[in-house]
Design a binder for this molecule. Structure first.
Ligand SMILES: [Zn+2]
Length: 239
């Protein structure tokens, strides 16, 4: 049966995002996995053990909401699909998920350094804070358990010694969040190299949270954590 017009577009967009992640080195080899929740909780996702930089739209896999393949391709979905399904089950508003292994963000977890600092206004307004999920053995239930709580509050997170997960209202929205996450990590790395990170002052963060509506955004669910001394500068004048 021919794919619907909507499915053809989903396939094209998913492959486009996967290629971009490969080109930008957010994934290498056969790493990473991507998914879109279509109508009736049907999941369109990337096949296991494939290079996502060379995927064709007809190589994607269709699964049910339990991760079981429902097309006739005989292809297996990624072993990390369970993590996507956990996020979809917690967040009915999420329609697409990107999982990649961006070097700088993951490097922060390898070095044991926090990314949860308010340093860039755009990140404060869009993602809020970037948390780190505890280490979990890849391809086991530990991974789903490690992200289950965080995805209720955050649209983008880093997984300790592993990768990053970004959730969106469509696959491009999820991709842009991944890009913002890695840009935040790169900026933090430069600041560390130049002598240290000086987070925004709490008063500056408060002002940003007051105006997120101007950008058509809602206050991030983690807004309270953004105002903590761990995330921003509380004493002194930071201007
Ligand atoms: Zn991974």
């Amino acid at each position: 049966m021919a794919n619907s017009e909507a499915e053809v577009k989903f396939r094209k967009d998913l492959v486009g995002v996967a290629k971009l992640c490969y080109q930008r080195r957010y994934i290498c080899g056969t790493e990473g996995n991507f998914s879109i929740r279509m109508a009736d909780n049907l999941i369109l996702t990337t096949p296991a053990s494939s290079c996502k930089g060379r995927l064709e739209p007809d190589e994607l896999v269709l699964t049910d909401f339990d991760g079981k393949t429902v097309d006739s391709s005989g292809r297996r979905p990624s072993t990390e699909l369970a993590m996507h399904l956990t996020a979809y089950k917690q967040r009915p508003d999420v329609k697409a998920i990107v999982h990649a292994h961006p070097t700088v963000a993951v490097g922060f977890t390898v070095a044991g350094k926090s990314l949860a600092k308010c340093v860039l206004p755009e990140v404060v307004c869009t993602l809020g804070q970037i948390p780190v999920a505890p280490y979990a053995t890849p391809s086991t239930d530990e991974v789903s358990n490690s992200i289950a709580d965080l995805v209720t509050k955050y649209d983008a997170l880093v997984m300790d010694h592993h990768g990053a997960l970004a959730l969106g209202k469509d696959i491009w929205d999820a991709y842009y969040k991944l890009e913002t996450l890695e840009h935040h990590a790169e900026t933090m790395m430069v600041a560390h190299l130049l002598g240290g990170v000086k987070p925004l002052h709490v008063s500056q963060v408060e002002k940003l949270l007051d105006i997120v509506g101007v950008y058509g955004l809602k206050k991030p669910a983690c807004a309270e954590a953004l105002l903590s001394p761990e995330a921003c500068t509380v004493d002194g004048d930071n201007n």
